[in-house]
Design a protein around this ligand. Structure first.
Ligand code: SF4
Length: 229
């Protein structure tokens, strides 16, 4: 696995669990507002962390950490993702995968092999705005396929959207809600424009607390539970 970052302990990345967080390097999207540019832009890549180093740390923490969160970048692009997760599960860890949902075939295989306990998928925008929000030609059918796989999976999951004012107007959030109607959990993430892939997004205008609250309120009538982070 190409691992560009590692956080030894987190109380917030896996709801209700103490986790370690593995950041894979490389992404097929180029979201201008991405807050992990060092995992996405080859010119800003930092050194890789050897996988054995991480496995040996996690081996020593068995019983003290509950879970491993695998995030990115986009983890489903990593050819060694499945063996890595199988190794971690053999150690007894719960696994949460964070994904942009562009590779439903990987999600399907991981769900089919019962390798995941929690999955969090970003919904970047309504389908008609996906290209603009991701900086690439995104295939909406792959996004909707991932959504239905996740909603039918029977495991814990959440969909989440970063509230980037320059890309998403209030009606866009309702359209996003309709894409995931009936979902168990939606999380609206505040956009903090202090570190972005596209430097022109630095310092961009953001939604106020009251505006975010109003968006969450509307989404709450479309999904089972909508919250703000
Ligand atoms: S925000 Fe976009 S570019 Fe950044 S890691 Fe996620 S999907 Fe990739």
């Amino acid at each position: 696995m190409k691992i560009g970052g590692f956080q030894k302990v987190s109380l917030i990345d896996y709801p209700g669990r103490i986790s370690a967080v593995v950041f894979t390097r490389g992404c097929n999207f180029r979201c201008p507002f991405c807050h992990n540019p060092e995992l996405v832009d080859p010119e800003r890549f930092t050194d890789l962390i050897p996988e054995p180093e991480i496995l040996s740390f996690l081996e020593k923490r068995r019983g003290r950490l509950d879970a491993v969160v695998i995030t990115g970048g986009e983890p489903t692009l990593q050819p060694e993702l499945l063996p890595f997760v199988i190794h971690l599960r053999a150690m007894g860890y719960r696994i949460k995968l964070d994904t942009n949902g562009a590779l439903p075939e990987v999600i399907e295989e991981m769900l089919g092999r019962r390798l995941l306990d929690y999955i969090a998928m970003d919904i970047k925008a309504p389908l008609g705005k996906y290209g603009e929000a991701t900086g690439v030609k995104a295939d909406g059918r792959r996004i909707t396929r991932s959504i239905s796989l996740i909603m039918g999976s029977g495991i814990e999951y959440e969909f989440r959207t970063t509230a980037v004012r320059s890309f998403l107007a209030p009606p866009d959030f309702e359209e996003i809600g309709r894409l995931i109607a009936g979902a168990k959990r939606f999380v609206l993430q505040r956009f903090v424009p202090t570190r972005t892939l596209d430097r022109s997004c630095l310092g961009a205008a953001t939604y106020s607390d009251n505006e975010l609250k109003a968006i969450v309120g509307k989404l709450g009538s479309i999904v089972e539970r909508a919250t703000q982070r």
